[in-house]
Design a protein around this ligand. Structure first.
Ligand code: ADP
Ligand code: ZN
Length: 737
């Protein structure tokens, strides 16, 4: 410190400047820290601060005005240690975090944690070292290996040690030895991963009139915030339309984000993007390597990644210049995150667009009732693509009444579906058999005592996976061997598989079509994007005749030779008391039907059902989506269910059953008793035990003009929650398990 600075300090020896620092922890608020004299801090700066005995990285959330009241006295105030060498968290991202926290009732730090999922990206990048020859070779012992290295580097730019080792056929030890002897010079290289800029002016396909109109409609509103529903049947060419919106964002120098529900399914999408823009977009999903996550996060923050395609968590990347979001398959329930901060990525994407004052496009063939309602009340604009692109027609959907066309014993494929599969194989086109059940059988029971094999940690049956010879719980991941004898009565050879999973269907198909080439496609078999890419290539090359798959194959794919879709159990999703059961079933079955006949050959869809008269089945068979939506809307209006009312779920959980039910009842006792507010429950959750935790649920239902958050904010603090119990708030719940 200079004398002058010391003097200044003496003169202005008022309180030290303070900032609020939000830490990525589930804390109620930002903490105060002192700003050391040498540091200039601005909101958004990432800083390292002391936290108890540790250090933590947080974000400067704001300055504390001089003289403002603070909970921390001057002598207990700790100082910020340093500012991290990273671009600050943009103001829009900070507003977004604050907004989500207020909406979901999650602590702001818990939301911030989603935006700081890659702490390594805040640290300086480790230099990538390369070597080149020195100007004057020192006098060292030469070996043939050393000579090869020197001569290699004579003609090429600096190389990384790994590359030198490969090209000169030497061990890295040789390179280290040369470097230590100062016979090679070390050079720092720029980062390895590059994010090439997609070029909006790479020529795309010639758009149809309908597509051109849709593009113009979207373009006419791309100044400032707007929400456009891009509504069109499967295969209508929606992707090409929103590609033009992306091109516009790029031309305007902005970043674009595309959210896809299932990034593992995006292989074909990525190829189309590359064909249109001449470069791949940056990807963001849970399957990236740590170093890829780091470089992507950083490239987004520095504005070097211009187009990002990702899963819902991509919303939380630190875009300095986001100018467009596209949510493809906007109705998909995979956009809802249930763990931790419970949020719906589609809805939050709309919020993000409003904060950033830019357009957002929601694309779907089966838009959610929420979105359709928003169109009706003129909050969102609808742009329609009424027909399939080109010559392709929508497939014919036929219902197979299982009461009339019973499959044989221990069999699930009815005679008409068998025949259709046989004919399709004969015609040398492809089929998809759809059943949303992984594994071999959803239930195993003992023939002599009726005991059902259940997960030790959850209220769930164990699912037999015969190919991996295991019994699995699909809720907690428990896996065990199939026992030889019944755990309950000790009988041997008494355990039998009940009901079909995709593996069992494959067994059945093999019996009557032994020559067909089958492929089982589930989240087990297509775990990684590379598996999915291989699968897609095999289908496109017609190395597969019949795909037997779960919902992982229902969406997005474009398989020109696929002409038959058979839905084995169309009723499956209708069971259970979920308020969206009918809507979801319609969406899913429509999606899976949409896989058929996407090219010249017409498609055919057979739905096996015990309830052919059900409105969902009728709407599918008659292609009457809008009639179905109207009926759904009618039913929900009457009950005041979303989107005509608001819901919040409380999930009370803990290891001890009595404590959990006690808290749930205590919450119910002081529940709000206002007009327009109803509290349903408490009741044990349908999934009454999950991962060893007992679960109870309450459901809060309020009129649309009432803030459910305000109700919860007043209500929840009234009950003291013991440490061993967790009360999870789920605003706009999608799952009621
Ligand atoms: P959607 O996203 O609505 O389901 P897609 O965008 O996948 O539909 O389009 C269906 C098929 O039609 C794809 O194979 C796509 O490449 C093709 N297609 C769409 N628009 C055009 C176009 N303008 N020119 C040529 N092919 C197109
Ligand atoms: Zn389990």
């Amino acid at each position: 410190m200079t004398l002058r600075q010391q003097n200044d300090l003496l003169i202005s020896s008022g309180p030290k400047p303070r900032v609020k620092v939000l830490l990525p922890l589930p804390l109620a608020d930002a903490y105060d820290y002192g700003v050391p004299e040498a540091l200039e801090l601005a909101p958004g700066d990432f800083v390292k601060v002391p936290l108890g005995p540790r250090q933590a990285i947080g974000v400067v959330w704001g300055k504390v005005p001089q003289g403002a009241e603070s909970s921390v006295s001057e002598d207990r105030l700790k100082d910020v240690i340093l500012r991290m060498p990273a671009p600050p968290l943009p103001e829009e991202s900070r507003q977004f975090i604050t907004w989500i926290s207020a909406y979901t009732l999650a602590p702001p730090g818990a939301v911030l944690r989603m935006a700081m999922s890659v702490p390594a990206a805040l640290e300086p990048e480790k230099p990538r070292i390369a070597y080149t020859n020195v100007a004057a070779l020192p006098d060292i012992r030469m070996t043939p290996a050393r000579r090869r290295v020197i001569s290699l580097l004579q003609d090429v730019p600096p190389l990384a040690p790994m590359d030198i080792a490969r090209e000169a056929a030497v061990s890295t030890g040789v390179i280290k030895g040369l470097a230590a002897a100062h016979a090679l010079a070390q050079v720092n290289m720029p980062p390895a991963t590059r994010f090439p800029e997609p070029d909006p002016d790479t020529p795309g396909p010639v758009l149809s009139d309908a597509q051109t109109k849709a593009v113009q409609a979207i373009q006419s509103r791309n100044d400032g915030f707007s929400v456009t529903l891009l509504d069109g049947v499967t295969g209508a060419g929606k992707t090409e339309v929103y590609f033009e919106a992306i091109a516009d964002a790029l031309r305007g120098g902005r970043q674009a984000l595309i959210l896809l529900p299932e990034i593992a399914l995006s292989a074909q999408w990525l190829e189309r993007f590359e064909a249109r823009f001449g470069a791949r977009p940056a990807e963001w999903h849970s399957d990236l390597t740590q170093s890829r996550r780091r470089s992507t996060w950083r490239a987004v923050a520095e504005g070097k990644a211009r187009v990002i395609v990702g899963a819902r968590s991509a919303l939380f990347l630190p875009y300095p210049d986001l100018g467009l979001i596209v949510v493809d398959e906007e109705h998909d329930s995979a956009f809802k995150q249930e763990d931790g901060v419970a949020y719906h990525a589609r809805d939050m994407a709309v919020v993000r667009a409003r904060i950033g004052d830019f357009p957002i496009v929601l694309a779907s063939a089966t838009p959610s009732l929420e979105t359709v309602n928003n169109v009706e009340i003129a909050r969102y604009e609808r742009v329609s693509l009424p027909a399939r692109h080109g010559a392709a027609a929508l497939p014919d959907i036929e219902l197979i009444d299982l009461r009339q066309h019973q499959p044989g014993r221990q069999s699930w494929i009815s005679p008409p579906l068998r025949q259709a599969l046989t004919e399709t194989l004969k015609n040398n086109t492809q089929s998809l058999l759809y059943l949303n059940r992984r594994g071999y059988a959803p239930l195993t029971l003992c023939r002599s005592c009726g005991y059902r094999l259940q997960c030790p940690n959850c209220t769930a049956w164990l699912v037999e996976h015969r190919f991996s010879a295991r019994l699995q719980c699909h809720h907690c991941g428990y896996a065990g061997q199939r026992p030889e004898i019944c755990d309950s009565c000790g009988a041997t050879n008494s355990l039998v598989a009940c009901g079909p999973g995709v593996e069992r269907l494959a067994e059945e198909v093999m019996n009557f079509l032994p020559d067909a080439r089958l492929c089982i496609a589930t989240s087990d078999s297509l775990r990684k994007p590379s598996d999915a890419a291989t699968f897609v290539a095999q289908v496109l090359n017609h190395e597969i005749d019949i795909i037997i798959g779960t919902q992982i194959v229902a969406k997005g794919h474009h398989f020109p030779k696929l002409t038959l879709v058979g839905v084995v159990d169309a009723d499956l999703g209708l069971a259970g008391g979920d308020l969206r059961a009918a809507e979801r079933t319609y969406q899913l079955l429509h999606q899976v039907s949409g896989r058929a006949g996407r090219d010249h050959e017409p498609g055919r869809v057979l739905l096996q059902t015990y309830h052919p008269e059900h409105p969902v089945m009728q709407a599918l068979a008659n292609g009457d989506r809008d009639g179905f939506l109207e009926a759904e809307a009618q039913a929900r209006t009457v009950g005041g269910w979303p989107p005509y009312g608001r819901l919040a779920a409380l999930i009370v959980s803990g290891r001890d059953s009595d404590t959990v039910s006690g808290v749930a009842r205590a919450l119910a006792r002081c529940a709000p008793n206002n007009t327009g507010v109803r509290v349903l429950g408490p009741a044990p959750a349908p999934l009454a035990i999950l991962r060893g935790r007992h679960r109870w649920r309450l459901l809060v239902k309020v009129d649309r003009n009432i803030s459910v958050q305000d109700q919860l904010r007043k209500w929840l603090p009234k009950v003291a929650i013991p440490n061993a119990v967790r009360v999870q708030v789920d605003i706009d719940p999608q799952s009621f398990l």
